[in-house]
Design a protein around this ligand. Structure first.
Ligand code: FAD
Length: 446
């Protein structure tokens, strides 16, 4: 395995178990040039969610009086960062222990193919060689650089730098309104920065259903965040950036496929720089690729799911990566989630979908939580099978798993409607949307 992110370390654990390394003498080697846990644990999913949670706590203080409790917030970034670092080290330490327990050999160093079945691993001045029967490339991705706006690690930073500001910037511009830009911009706005998000498309979160991004844009407006759409920042001297203390460049991710010697190993790479693989994640007979280094949504759970497939194939079992849905979540305010097909993507596939949208304004849990802004939207095909769900609202990230399961199991609208959803919870919104789709809406005006 090259790379110890959620793709590589999961593949290593699974291979160690399935190849029974402790008894058969098979070797599983995990090579990492930086930190166990990859982007996700060290500078991605986890630290960003620590920042977002702290920002939500600060934001709670602004509204707590509405619930009869007056809180005052004082931001202490030193403690926030200490908490972030200890969360990361707890989690990465846990992964290292799992790997050691499983009998995975951990090598520190930068790997590169020196032959189609051989890696050269460089650690400082040392070089080691490793011949392999199978290799999984899980080298992930890095922030996409803008030539016109080079990151200087001080005023102009990428998503990694944006997690580490030692003071709350007075004013900040986020270049890029995808999920990373929106999450970071929202968090820093709640911590007190005056934030502008600039996006080249006509909406924020352009990969999401427009109705979801509208809910987020509205809340950003309420938080005082300026959203500038249909605009590309021309460079460091763009007037939009003139007053910004800090600029976050968050315009996408670039796969780490350069410097790997992929030509030597005859590994095919697409124009976008992603490794081309089959459904069994094979790029060549002996070489597999998983995670951000391949095409598809750059998400940790996709990387781990592909790791499961590659490990099974290496262990001689039949497996293919062919999910009905890869949940996509934005930890914005409110959270939004998209699972499976939208009305538009269903139409692209020739499906005449039916759609029902249940607004949380009609719900009870949303009212007790003080946020009625979102909705649950279910998408069903002609046979009534649920093929998609889009959700916006407080804590809806936790509902995405139910929808992914429903879609994978080909649940029908009737199945969901007949499933008892606990009261009062946001999950009732899913049942309500299913009632609506089955022609019997309940808590919505006729
Ligand atoms: P990575 O995690 O990128 O790991 C690849 C590893 O390979 C790295 O550790 C790297 O050092 C190592 N490596 C690279 N080249 C070599 C080499 N030649 N030799 C040795 N080692 C090498 N995803 C979610 O699902 N949910 C989220 O909430 C989420 N939030 C995010 C927030 C931010 C700010 C960012 C930046 C990303 C976020 N992501 C999120 C995306 C997620 O982090 C990635 O999709 C995930 O980490 C990809 O996993 P991976 O295993 O493919 O690669």
């Amino acid at each position: 395995m090259i790379g110890a992110g959620p793709g590589g370390y999961v593949a290593a654990l699974r291979c160690a178990d399935m190849l029974d390394v402790k008894t058969t003498g098979a070797r599983v080697v995990l090579i990492e040039r930086d930190a166990i846990g990859g982007v996700c644990l060290n500078v991605g999913c986890i630290p960003s969610k620590v920042l977002i949670h702290s920002a939500d706590v600060a934001d709670l203080a602004r509204h707590s009086a509405d619930w009869g409790v007056e809180l005052t917030a004082r931001i202490d970034l030193d403690r926030l960062h200490a908490h972030r670092r200890s969360t990361i080290s707890d989690l990465t330490g846990g992964v290292a222990t799992l790997l050691d327990d499983a009998g995975v050999e951990r090598w520190e160093g930068t790997a590169r193919f020196s032959k189609p079945d051989r890696l050269a691993v460089v650690t400082g001045a040392n070089i080691r060689h490793l011949e392999f029967a199978n290799c999984i490339i899980a080298t992930g991705s890095r922030p996409t650089a803008l030539a016109s706006l080079p990151v200087d690690g001080d005023r102009i930073v990428d998503s990694t730098g944006a997690l580490e500001f030692d003071t709350v910037p007075e004013s900040m511009v986020v270049v890029g309104g995808g999920y990373i830009g929106v999450e970071l911009g929202t968090a820093w706005a709640k911590l007190g920065a005056s934030v502008t998000i600039v996006e080249g498309s006509s909406s924020l979160l352009p990969a999401m259903d427009r109705r979801l991004s509208k809910v987020v844009e509205k809340r950003l407006g309420e938080l005082g965040v300026t959203v500038v759409l249909d605009t590309f920042v021309s460079g460091a001297d763009d007037p939009l950036l003139a007053d910004a203390d800090r600029i976050i460049v968050a315009v996408g991710r670039t796969p780490n496929t350069n410097d790997l010697g992929l030509d030597t190993a005859h590994v095919p790479v697409s124009e976008s720089g992603h490794i081309t693989v089959g459904p069994d994640r094979r790029a060549t007979r002996k070489i597999f690729a998983i995670g951000d280094v391949t095409s598809g949504p750059a998400l940790a759970h996709k990387a781990s799911a592909e790791a499961e497939v590659a490990a099974r194939v290496i262990a001689g079992r039949a497996a293919a990566f062919d999910p009905a849905a890869i949940p996509e979540i934005v930890f914005s305010d409110p959270e939004v989630a998209s699972i499976g097909l939208t009305e538009a993507t269903a139409a692209d596939q020739g499906i005449e979908a039916s759609v029902f949208r249940y607004p949380f304004a009609a719900g009870s849990r949303s009212r007790t939580l003080g946020d009625t802004s979102g909705f649950v939207q279910l998408v069903a095909d002609e046979a009534g099978t649920v093929i998609g769900a889009q959700l916006a609202g407080s804590g809806v990230s936790e509902l995405a798993g139910e929808m992914a399961l429903a879609i994978e199991m080909s649940a029908t609208v009737e199945d969901i409607a007949a499933t008892i959803h606990p009261h009062p919870t946001m999950s009732e919104g899913i049942a309500e949307a299913a009632y609506g789709l089955s022609g019997l809406p309940l808590h919505v005006r006729r």
